[in-house]
Design a binder for this molecule. Sequence first.
Ligand code: ACO
Length: 427
Amino acid sequence: MGTISLINNETNEKFDFNIINCTRGPKAVDFSKLFETAGIFSYDPGYGSTAGCESTISYIDGKKGELLYKGHKVEELVAKYKFTDVCKLLINEELPKDEKESKEFDLELRHRSFLHEGLINLFSAFPDGAHPMATLSSGVSVLSTLYFDHKDMEDEDDYQTMARRIIAKIPTMVAFCYRNSVGAPFIYPDIQRSYVENFLYMLRAYPHGKLKQTIKGTEEITSLEIEALDKIFTLHADHGQNASTTTVRNVASTGVHPYAAIAAGISALWGPAHGGANEKVLKQLNEIGDVKNVDKFIDRAKDKNDPFRLMGFGHRVYKNYDPRAKVLKNLKDELDKKGIRMDHHLSEIAQKVEEVALSDEYFIERNLYPNVDFYSGIILTALKIPTQLFTPIFVIGRMPGWCAQLLEHIKNPHARITRPRQVYLGK
Ligand code: ACO
């Protein structure tokens, strides 16, 4: 194991710190005893250079633009596996070994997808028009009152039940939050439908579970729609120590109920600098309105006196094209060819924004590329998903990642309550 030395030029004292070799990516310096040995703190606002934990769940190579879940490339998982298989990979360490195991897991989730009636009454108390992210965070917090028994995450059975329960219930909750926000009656899960299909069904169905009737007959949920949304969920399943995952870990570090920690993660994800960006991207594309206005908006994004930022662009870790954005861009074009019609006008504007930004010095110098949120909204709109549900859809996708990260944090013998220091500059 190597060491790194720190010399205090004021006192000439020298301190050695161990270097930690990671299985992939840059090494880390173990500064956990920095204060004890040298009497100083490290200062890193926003934690851009700080590893807050050890992890084996996902790996991002920001320079190459690569993302792995448990060592598997995200592109391969999207191409070959269903989202529920990826959930199993993240919470159980392994992909299902065969079709039977995959089906059994999906069936278990279907059985667990129903909500406690008390929770349904709670949704009715929220006002019409309430943003689904607000009601969702509250709803998940209430789950901790209904399943108060999830106390011992070190117990594998307790952890598995906790994780499977929330992965299964979150699509139902998102659908309920949405229907509540538009004053529509709730639709209960249909046990005959698979995980992703069921979610689309709960959003679209009329009372008594009937789907829309047209002159051509019933507007069934197509396998292409299910496949598209399934891929979107997989692309969001985990992503290292981003703001919401770090929130889940921080809150879990105090020993609270796991659903309370996840509810906090949902709130953290809502912000426009994080998961809320997908909703803002679509609003921004509509605001740009025409390809001829793109240059004007790019100029605004570069103007330091203007708070305007190009939504869906830039990332703390990726200094190359976000691999998830690449998959989504291709998926958008592929679905359009296969019959899920994209909004061509918005698609053209997005393509022009990307083209202009990627050839502009400002964006090149700062390595600003489209991120996962840039193209997802165009696809979700084509899947008839309302804009205010874009970030809740991110929540459904991220749920297995949050569960896995929470467990990893609790189980790590080095993990302590998260308690950073401060650079005090006050009186
Ligand atoms: N538009 C214009 N300029 C940008 C953008 C952008 N979208 N993103 C970064 N920059 C500029 C910054 O102004 C800064 O310029 P400077 O060096 O001249 O001061 C430089 O690029 C670095 O940006 P930071 O804000 O320091 O980068 P940070 O890592 O802190 O932030 C973030 C990353 C929040 C994602 C940022 O790029 C951003 O606000 N993007 C738009 C919102 C967005 O798309 N968020 C979703 C991210 S993906 C996710 O969370 C799911």
